[in-house]
Structures are given as structure tokens and as C-alpha cells.
Design a protein around this ligand. Structure first.
Ligand SMILES: [Zn+2]
Length: 480
């Protein structure tokens, strides 16, 4: 059987979270605003309107270049990309063509099977977004709020070979852009969009197959599906002895299918030329140095440090560095606790991450703070509360906003570690349940768990479990 190899390159559009748009002072984020309320002559392409470059956009683009180890072009230019579309009223988009802000970077992407794929970045360029078009009962409506919102388009080399690898790349990129604070990376809000170039060829062949471009993919799941479908389609064509035609395809998320938009015989001629109304972008050494100095430790490096310095298992390190807020919560808790990192990691993974999942909040937004978690761990360490009370405290701090110590005092949750009191309770339970005691003596050891349950019920969960188990065994053994 012939084996085929898919080759995939991704072009992602990253919406930068600047306050204002790329070339005017209109507000950039219009997600909750009525259509056409954040617009001006510049971002609606009126003749004679003069754009000026948003320095915040350039700084954020530099941040991204540094994070993906790209070469920064300290002199770069904006160009006009000419095409006519209803949501692009000036007839051109301000973009960067032959001298973009960054080239030749890379992103290391971990795949689920443990491999690390180095995806080379061909270039990163700044550009403005277009408006949004919506068809309503046969009328085309346009909202220009999004026109002129700053984007960085990041283009990979064709270094990916499966839908899973493409999905992993996107997840890694989304993690990174949130981590360095340049974009919310929310795909549902189109803050991160992806076009995929897919080609299939016989494995081992010296040439790549003809590539098709899938446009408009707006979720990680859609990336996986759209690429899977396209690889299958091209493979079927090749198996049937046909040549794959170079198409531009659209992913229809509602119908969950690919739709051919146009044949792409030749590259579209955008007649790029320098944007005459904008100065070149100049990025002095000092600016790069300042941005580099304020860059946070990146997720991959933090993960490696968690493994090397804190001796955490790879699994823990991966979960704890999934986002920056969680990683910082953990590090702060560990700094306050000054003890076994694995112990703190267990509380993070079992209790804090569960809380994050259940509430939909980020670690930073939780009411429970690292200091509260450390107080709870210490209460358990010092045998003032038992472990299940400790776990319940995590939820109670979150819901009440009170400190763990306050809650323990208020509710009398302190652990019962008084051997005499526990002994009295154990004797009482054993004498009240002669059948179960007899079963224990007859060799049914598992009934010990049932007795423990009774002790816990009688003490409202407060008995020191180790001590109670020991006393219980003594009492039952004595009755033999
Ligand atoms: Zn504007």
C-alpha cells in the first residue's frame, strides 16, 4: 500500500490587546459595543485621512518576536496590500510585505506522544484587521468596529505533519500569547484565527504536493477536523490517480464541512507598495533591551525549572505551567510554605485546579489566595484538621472569602486528637454493634472501614484518622 505524508503550514492572526487601534485613536476592543460606534475617518478608509502608528502595537509585536526567538528588523515598513472588499472600504489593507517586523523564529511544540516538534516561523508581520460582514435577510451589513484593530500575522514553515501537531501548535501559541500578555487569544472572539496550508504527497517523495489553503478556522477542534478532512480528500484524489488542484477552501463550522471558495491558479497579485502616509518603524536597541528586561519567564523554561529545581514530575510541571496565573499561584504558595514542592503541587492539582475548572475563574481571580492554601496545608501538617476537612476548607475559603483559621474557629472544625475521647467513642460503637464486631473476629477485615465510617460520623468528621484507626483496631482486637 502506498503511504502518504501530509505537510501543513499555519498562518495565524493574533489580535493584539492594545487600548487603541493600529493607526488611529479609536478604541480597539468593541466586543460588547453596538456596530459602528468605534470608528473614525482613518479606520474606515476615508480619502485624505492620515494614519499614525500605535507604539503599543509595535512593543507587543516585539514581545512576540522575542518569545519566538525571531530576528527583529529594527527598521521595518508598512505596505499597502491592495484588494477590494466591502469590509475594506479604502480598497487596501495596511500590512507588511517585504520588510516585516520579524523573521526566522521558532516555537517548540510538545505533542501528546512526548515528541517535541520545532516549528520554524517564517515571518511575523503587523497589519490592521478588516471590518465584519454579516448577511441578514439578503442584505449585507457591515460593522467597521473591527477595522484597524492591530494584528500580528505569524506564518510558519511547513513543519507540521498531522492534525494533532497543528492543534498542539495552536494550543502552544495560545498559551504563549496569553502568557506574555499581548492578546487574550480567545478563538471564539476571533482574537486568534488560523488559516492552514495542507498538501499530501507520497511518503519519501522529493516534492510536496500541491497545497490547498483552508480559511476561517476558528477553534482548536475545527483545526483538527478541517485538516483531517482535507488530508483525507487529497489522499482520495491521489489514490484515484488525479492531481490535486490548488484550491482555497473554507471551513464551515455550522455544517462541519469544507467548501471550495476558488481555484488558486496563481498567487493573487496584491500590488504591494510602501504605505506613503506612514514613517518606517524604527526599533532602537534600548527599546528591545527594555522589552526583553520586562519579559516574564516563558512557559517552556518555567516548566523545565519546575522539573529541575523543584523535582516535580513532568506531568505536574506541565499542568502547573498551563497558564501564567496558575504557575505564579503555585510559586507564591511554595515560597510561603518553604517545604516539599510535591506536596504543594498535589494540593494545586487536586484542589486549586479543580476549583478553577468548576468556577471558570483564573487562579488570579480565585478568592482563595496562595497564603490561604498554605494556611490549610499547615493546619493539616500540624494535625489541627484532618485531610478531608482541609480539602473542604479550600471550597469554604473560596465561597466565604474568610481565612482558613477563622473558619476552623467558627465551625469548631479542629481535629479531635484526644486519645481518651476517641477510645470512649470506639468502645461505644463496638459494643452497640455486636454482629459487625463478630464478623470482624470471624476474619472479615474489610468491616474495619465500616467501623471507621461510624467513628467519623460520630465525631462529625473531625477524628484524627490515623489515631482513630489504631484505637479502633485495639478495641476490636481486645474483644477477640
Ligand atoms: Zn479609527
Amino acid at each position: 500500500m502506498t503511504e502518504y505524508l501530509a505537510t501543513i503550514g499555519l498562518e495565524t492572526h493574533i489580535q493584539l490587546n492594545t487600548k487603541t487601534k493600529a493607526f488611529c485613536s479609536c478604541k480597539a476592543d468593541s466586543w460588547n459595543e453596538p456596530p459602528n460606534t468605534n470608528i473614525c475617518p482613518v479606520c474606515t478608509g476615508q480619502p485624505g485621512a492620515l494614519p499614525s502608528t500605535n507604539a503599543e502595537m509595535v512593543r507587543k509585536a516585539v514581545r512576540l518576536c522575542l518569545a519566538v526567538h525571531a530576528e527583529i528588523h529594527q527598521e521595518n515598513f508598512f505596505d499597502r496590500k491592495n484588494y477590494l472588499y466591502a469590509d475594506m472600504p479604502g480598497g487596501y489593507q495596511i500590512s507588511q510585505n517585504d520588510r516585516p517586523i520579524g523573521t526566522r523564529g521558532y516555537l517548540d511544540v510538545e505533542i501528546d506522544d512526548g515528541r517535541v516538534v520545532r516549528v520554524r516561523i517564517n515571518n511575523l508581520h503587523m497589519e490592521e484587521d478588516a471590518g465584519k460582514t454579516k448577511n441578514d435577510c439578503g442584505i449585507r451589513l457591515i460593522d467597521f468596529n473591527r477595522s484597524g484593530v492591530p494584528l500580528v500575522e505569524m506564518v510558519t514553515e511547513p513543519d507540521l505533519h498531522s492534525p494533532d501537531e497543528a492543534a498542539a501548535y495552536l494550543m502552544r501559541l495560545r498559551q504563549l500569547i496569553r502568557w506574555i500578555g499581548i492578546s487574550e487569544g480567545n478563538m471564539e472572539k476571533a482574537q486568534l484565527r488560523c488559516d492552514a496550508n495542507v498538501s499530501v504527497a507520497v511518503k519519501g517523495s522529493a516534492f510536496l504536493g500541491k497545497k490547498c489553503e483552508i480559511k476561517n478556522i476558528n477553534s482548536i477542534e475545527a483545526v483538527r477536523k478541517a485538516i483531517t478532512f482535507e488530508i483525507a480528500r487529497q489522499t482520495r484524489e491521489l489514490e484515484a490517480g488525479h492531481e490535486v488542484e490548488q484550491w482555497t477552501i473554507e471551513w464551515d463550522n455550522d455544517a462541519q464541512e469544507l467548501r471550495k471558495m476558488r481555484s488558486k491558479e496563481n498567487a493573487v497579485d496584491y500590488r504591494y507598495f510602501r504605505e506613503p502616509n506612514l514613517m518606517p518603524v524604527l526599533i532602537p536597541d534600548e527599546m528591545i533591551a527594555a522589552i526583553r528586561a520586562e519579559m516574564p519567564e516563558l512557559p517552556a523554561e518555567k516548566k523545565q525549572r519546575f522539573i529541575a529545581v523543584f523535582r516535580l514530575p513532568e506531568y505536574d510541571a506541565k499542568l502547573l505551567t498551563a497558564d501564567r496565573e496558575t504557575a505564579e499561584f503555585f510559586e507564591e504558595a511554595l515560597r510561603l510554605y518553604q517545604g516539599d514542592p510535591k506536596l504543594v503541587s498535589n494540593w494545586m492539582m487536586n484542589d486549586i485546579l479543580r476549583l478553577i475548572r468548576e468556577t471558570g475563574l483564573s487562579a488570579e481571580e480565585l478568592k482563595i489566595r496562595p497564603a490561604d492554601l498554605v494556611d490549610i496545608i499547615r493546619l493539616v501538617d500540624d494535625r489541627k484538621v484532618n485531610i478531608s476537612t482541609g480539602k473542604a476548607l479550600v471550597d469554604q475559603v473560596q465561597s466565604s472569602g474568610k481565612s482558613p483559621v477563622e473558619l476552623v474557629r467558627e465551625q469548631g472544625l479542629g481535629m479531635l486528637s484526644d486519645a481518651d475521647s476517641i477510645l470512649i467513642i470506639c468502645k461505644k460503637i463496638v459494643s452497640e454493634n455486636p454482629d459487625e464486631a463478630a464478623a470482624f473476629h470471624a476474619g472479615k477485615v474489610t468491616i474495619l472501614g465500616w467501623f471507621m465510617g461510624q467513628v467519623m460520623r460520630r465525631t462529625r468528621g473531625k477524628a484524627d484518622p490515623e489515631l482513630a484507626a489504631k484505637i479502633l483496631k485495639d478495641v476490636l482486637g481486645a474483644g477477640k
